[in-house]
Design a protein around this ligand. Structure first.
Ligand SMILES: [Zn+2]
Length: 162
């Protein structure tokens, strides 16, 4: 049995080292709780494991120092291939994806916000063309599905394609 799969049906939570910025962005976009470690130190990484996070690293040495099954060594260079590795190796299912449910900047779950209250805070054409908005309670960024939703969905399909 793959030791990385012992989380069973529970949610996977990640902590990624600083070389994996684009992977972090993608995992957040898919809705997975993913911390970005700007300055990963051995103790910090261990703490992440203790908190139930799976550490994503590109360094074999780092992975080897962490408890068995608590680190995933990311091999591809291309970010989309990195996402594909995580999806495949952990057996993440498409059903777990919550596209655009998290702030890409700070990992916080976004919340719906009244359309009227974002008038003047987003470009006019966006306000006129979009029906629903969400905001990050931490940084205040405003999100809307927009045209990038379909684009992201198309890319997402490639992650889960056999
Ligand atoms: Zn935010």
């Amino acid at each position: 049995m793959n030791p990385l799969a012992t989380a069973g049906d529970s949610e996977f939570r990640f902590a990624a080292e600083n070389t994996l910025g684009k992977l972090v962005r993608w995992l957040r976009l898919l809705g997975f709780d993913t911390l970005y470690l700007a300055r990963p130190d051995p103790e910090g990484l261990l703490r992440m494991c203790g908190n139930g996070r799976l550490v994503l690293t590109r360094t074999r040495r780092v992975a080897a120092r962490l408890p068995a099954g608590r680190a995933l060594l990311i091999k591809p260079d291309a970010p989309r291939q990195q996402v594909r590795q995580v999806v495949r190796q952990l057996g993440l299912s498409r059903a777990r994806v919550r596209l655009f449910s998290r702030c890409l900047q700070c990992n916080t779950l976004v919340v719906p916000i009244e359309r009227g209250s974002v008038l003047g805070r987003v470009p006019d054409y966006v306000w006129h063309s979009q029906a629903a908005f969400a905001t990050c309670p931490d940084c205040g960024r405003i999100y809307w599905p927009g045209s990038h939703l379909r684009h992201s969905q198309e890319i997402m399909e490639t992650f889960f394609a056999p």
